[in-house]
Design a protein around this ligand. Structure first.
Ligand code: ADP
Ligand code: MG
Ligand code: ZN
Length: 625
């Protein structure tokens, strides 16, 4: 059964409403046809034999029938009364003879049977046809209802929800910055294209591959691209769709999915968010019957089918650690493909992919955008490009320029600009000093151009100001000094406020959080503290979604760690304070300009720095260290 269509919608057979009307009218007509003869059916009136004979003799009869155990007489006034007369038949030759005689005398043709409306085709028309039509009508109605209310009415039988695409329209060219993942998938594509090559040698390909990575990194996209590259159909279901209201629906969906897929081999089965069903079964929180049944069915199907037919199962998750071990064992999802957040070059490539269909000004520099967005996922970047395009339209421009790109980054990363938010003059001055503190300390510590943009325009997300960092070269390894520099830069905002106003505000909470986290990690994860040495003190869970960590050490050690964190941060804070104090004139100057203009670009900043600190030669960030 080919249950594939070209568009992206699951197949749905629509019956136009007028068909229902036609069928309905037809039924009414046939039923009435059936009823009318019943209403007009003639009466049979039983009379005595002598009356019967005298009616014949009196010429009141027009026809006589000898019928089984009775005689039937059609009277002359039948048309008005619609009544036959009948009388019992005795099986007595003598009586019969009397009646025949009477008929002879009356000139009646007693051998002609009375015509009856019982021709076969009329019975068919009157009784069987309406029945057939009614049954067909109800079948059609129930089926279409099933389609509409899939899930409630259609236990298992429903296959409408299975999302099948003959051609996904995606190829590897649409996925950027995931070279390693693509490399691992090339073999699967080759297998789908020519399974014979593998079976000839006796090689078995993995039945399933699991795509693991944070949300928005392109797992779903990759799966579609594999199908597109191999030019095979793509059957997909999302894990959460399995878990529905009736126990057993999920399991039968799995069965349907595999059945359809095998009928259409070679093809790809894709199970998105597999963690929704694949959660470890020995969960402490009591089982979920439906999920377990679904999972068991999935395991059974994966074991049962023959991969040499050319069916490959891909699944995606961002929580591999919750998956049931049974899913991961050899013969199931034994191949794991990591789809991580893109690096600097990856981000540039992703931006290019999404900019293909957007008309851009020549000044747009993807390098700059990529450097301003460390940690952004592919989905974030796609969002940024689209947001920039929308902004260009709003500004009635025909091309997207770097300005719109910058705005889009801020919107996606820091929330929508909210220009009308009221900030008192004093607050604005404090924020200017705070942000300038960050920027100046960055420049002084690393000798590089620290920022792409400094702004003190508040955003709805709650940030009052923002230093858009231009990351130096993408770094895989950070050394102790760099970590400490990072913390020092984070404390510089607060230090600057303290230095200028000798008061502290709530504005540094985010900085404090980040600095504390870094200092803690130096001790508990990276072993960068001499006192605590090469020992891990922290247990991390959920590596691919939100990181949660818990200390794994004695209470006494925890106290020492807390003290040490405080010591490290205080030292950094003092260093920042001292640096700013030494360059107070520069701080005042730049904070003043920022206060006036509200926005400073990277080149504005360089300009100001070179005026205030002629000895300091700032390098472009990417030429730095
Ligand atoms: P996931 O399934 O990992 O959560 P998706 O595959 O649904 O993420 O990605 C969402 C969207 O983000 C995609 O449709 C695509 O537009 C964009 N995207 C994500 N990663 C990439 C990438 N590596 N290259 C190009 N676009 C990407
Ligand atoms: Mg997805
Ligand atoms: Zn700050």
């Amino acid at each position: 059964m080919a249950n594939i269509n070209n568009n992206n919608q699951p197949k749905k057979r629509k019956i136009p409403i007028f068909v229902f009307y036609i069928i309905f009218i037809f039924i009414v007509i046939t039923i009435s046809k059936m009823l009318v003869p019943m209403l007009t059916a003639p009466d049979y009136k039983e009379i005595k034999l002598n009356e019967f004979i005298s009616m014949i003799e009196n010429g009141e009869a027009v026809d006589i029938e000898f019928e089984g155990s009775r005689y039937v007489l059609k009277p002359a006034d039948f048309d008005e009364t619609n009544t036959y007369y009948e009388t019992g038949r005795f099986g007595n030759d003598h009586l019969e003879y009397d009646i025949i005689n009477a008929c002879k005398e009356a000139g009646l043709d007693y051998s002609t049977p009375i015509p009856k409306n019982t021709a076969i085709w009329e019975i068919l028309l009157a009784y069987v046809l309406p029945l057939v039509i009614t049954v067909v009508f109800f079948i059609i109605m129930i089926r279409s209802m099933n389609k509409r209310m899939s899930g409630v009415m259609s236990f298992g039988k429903n296959t409408g929800k299975i999302y099948a695409q003959k051609n996904t329209g995606k190829t590897f060219a649409d996925v950027a910055g995931q070279e390693e993942a693509k490399q691992s998938l090339v073999e699967i594509i080759d297998f789908l294209n020519s399974p014979g090559k593998y079976t000839a040698i006796g090689a078995k390909l993995p039945k399933g591959a699991l795509l693991i990575g944070p949300p928005g990194t392109g797992k779903t996209l990759l799966a579609k691209a594999v199908a597109g590259e191999a030019k095979v159909p793509f059957f997909s279901l999302s894990g959460s769709e399995f878990v529905e209201m009736f126990v057993g629906v999920g399991a039968s969906r799995v069965r349907d999915l595999f059945k359809q897929a095998l009928d259409n081999a070679p093809c790809i089965i894709f199970i998105d968010e597999i963690d929704a069903i694949g959660k470890s079964r020995d969960n402490v929180m009591g089982g979920n019957d439906e999920r377990e049944q679904t999972l068991n069915q999935l395991l059974a199907e994966m074991d049962g089918f023959d991969s040499s037919k050319g069916v490959v199962i891909l699944a995606a998750t961002n929580r591999p650690e919750v998956l049931d071990k049974a899913l991961l064992r050899p013969g199931r999802f034994d191949r794991r493909i990591i789809v991580d957040l893109p690096d600097q070059q990856g981000r540039v490539d992703i931006l290019k992919v999404h900019a293909r269909n957007v008309i851009m000004e020549s000044d747009v520099d993807f390098d700059v955008v990529a450097r301003a967005t460390p940690g952004a996922s592919g989905a974030d970047l796609a969002n940024i490009v689209n947001e920039a395009a929308l902004r260009a339209v709003r500004a009635k421009r025909t091309r997207v320029s770097q300005r719109e790109m910058d705005e889009a980054i801020e919107v996606i990363i820091a929330g929508e600009e909210k220009k009308n938010r009221v900030m008192s003059d004093k607050e604005k001055r404090i924020v200017s000093y705070h942000e300038t503190g960050h920027a100046l300390v960055t420049a002084l510590l690393t000798n590089t151009e620290p920022v792409h943009k400094i702004t003190i325009i508040p955003r709805t997300s709650g940030t009052l100001g923002y230093v858009m960092q231009v990351a130096k070269k993408e770094k895989v390894l950070l050394n102790t000094e760099e970590m400490l520099e990072e913390i020092t830069i984070l404390t510089a905002g607060r230090a600057s406020e303290k230095l200028e106003f000798n008061s502290i505000t709530t504005g540094a909470s985010n900085d404090i959080e980040k600095a504390t986290e870094l200092a803690r990690k130096m001790i508990t994860v990276y072993g960068m503290n001499d006192e605590f040495g090469f020992v891990n003190r922290e247990k991390r869970t959920n590596k691919y979604l939100i990181e949660r960590s818990s200390l794994e050490c004695s209470d006494e050690t925890a106290t020492r760690i807390d003290n040490e964190i405080q010591k490290v941060i205080t030292e950094c804070y003092n260093k920042a304070y001292q640096l700013l104090n030494e360059h107070k004139a520069t701080l005042d100057r730049i904070a003043g300009v920022l206060y006036e203009k509200e926005n400073l670009t990277g080149s504005d900043f360089i300009q100001l720095m070179s005026e205030c600190e002629p000895d300091l030669e700032l390098k472009k960030a990417d030429e730095g260290v």
